[in-house]
Design a protein around this ligand. Structure first.
Ligand code: NAP
Length: 332
């Protein structure tokens, strides 16, 4: 089967190779669920920051080369373990951790979900990682309540658009922070009530528009805007740390937290969810009605053919990506 592998940790231009690899063994097995893997004919697969970092050997999950990256897939089930809630021929979306950039991939049973009829394969590949993260960060870590205000950084990106849609769908008022006009349009499409510019006085605007500060900041960007994020919170506000696309890992002077009675909370979905099948099922159930009612509808900013994975990685690296970047693996 066709697959794109990382063959050297030298970056997207020289580190990737399109290869013909053997089919996964049968019965399918996944490292998280040995002997109980779901074999999926992949139609679309997601591209994210971790794969970019993996091409440079800079991500915490660092298998020996060569390996097939790709953690997000949508397609058709070819083989599922007995007792799974789905079987051959069913449309599915899954988080597979690795191996997704291929025509056939294996996902753990508890991270494979029915692909709702409202979504196409590209949207399915965009769903599990970003929307489970969004729900986890907003609700399970950030304790979001209906009617609260949420400020989202990197709001036109994959995690950002997901967070806007989920927050909006749960009855929050949303502020998006983005860097340009095209991203402003995407953020509005994702349901942002207010859009603020990253290079403008967004902190003051957010404080004013929210009447004294937001309840929650969701931050996949980090870097030098962190202190202003804390300043944009109201009393008892929470800042949820999700990622560091800005490049640097911020430091916090904890006196700020004491002075304003605020919190900084970490949200690492992967490590948490991978050990907790019940949590994954709970989040899937919570997202279901949001998908059915059209409030969650992943925005895919770009489709590329599998063999153009490097182009997709450059888009992310150069901050040009909007919504989710997807590789089409099979057509039709
Ligand atoms: N904690 C978790 O469980 C979890 C789960 C999934 C992903 N993540 C992490 O969340 C982060 C966002 O992922 P994503 O898929 O949403 O990425 P993405 O689609 O590429 O979006 C990232 C956004 O970051 C902003 N940004 C600011 N400075 C940037 C820079 N120097 N280079 C690139 N982008 C920059 C950009 O928005 P503006 O241009 O508008 O500023 C961009 O839209 C990543 O670090 C990822 O690893 C964490």
């Amino acid at each position: 089967v066709r697959a794109v592998r990382i063959v050297s940790e030298t970056g997207p231009d020289t580190g990737l190779e399109l290869a013909d690899v053997p089919e996964p063994e049968s019965p399918a097995s996944h490292m998280l669920t040995p002997g109980r893997g779901v074999l999926i004919e992949v139609h679309a697969t997601g591209v994210s920051f971790p794969e970019l970092l993996q091409t440079r050997g800079e991500y915490q999950i660092r298998p020996p080369v060569p390996f097939i990256p790709g953690s997000e897939i949508a397609g058709v089930v070819r083989e599922a373990p007995d007792g799974a809630g789905f079987g051959p021929g069913d449309r599915a979306m899954a988080f597979c951790a690795l191996g997704g950039w291929a025509e056939l991939a294996v996902a753990p049973e508890f991270l494979t979900f029915a692909l709702p009829s409202q979504l196409d394969f590209g949207q399915g590949a965009a769903l599990v990682l970003n929307y489970h993260t969004a729900y986890f960060a907003l609700v399970m870590r950030g304790r979001l309540r209906e009617g609260e205000t949420v400020l989202v950084h990197g709001a036109a990106g994959g995690v950002g658009t997901a967070t806007l849609q989920v927050a909006h769908g749960l009855g929050a008022r949303t502020f998006a922070v983005v860097s340009d006009e095209a991203k402003e349009r995407i953020a509005r499409q994702a349901g942002a009530d207010e859009v603020l510019r990253a290079d403008g006085p967004w902190k003051d605007e957010a404080r004013e528009l929210s009447n004294g500060g937001v309840h929650l900041v969701i931050d996949p960007v980090g870097g030098d805007r962190f202190t202003d994020s804390l300043r944009s919170l109201r009393e008892e506000g929470r800042l949820v740390v999700v990622g560091f696309t800005g490049g640097s890992i911020p430091e916090v002077k904890v006196n700020r937290l004491l002075l304003n009675n605020t919190e900084v909370i970490g949200a690492g979905w992967g490590a948490y969810a991978m050990a907790k099948p019940a949590v994954c099922a709970q989040i899937d159930r919570a997202l279901g009605p949001l998908i059915e009612s059209g409030r969650v509808w992943p925005i895919v900013g770009a489709h590329h053919p599998l063999e153009q994975a490097a182009t997709a990685l450059h888009e992310i690296d150069e901050r040009r990506a909007t919504g989710k970047v997807v590789l089409d693996v099979r057509t039709g």
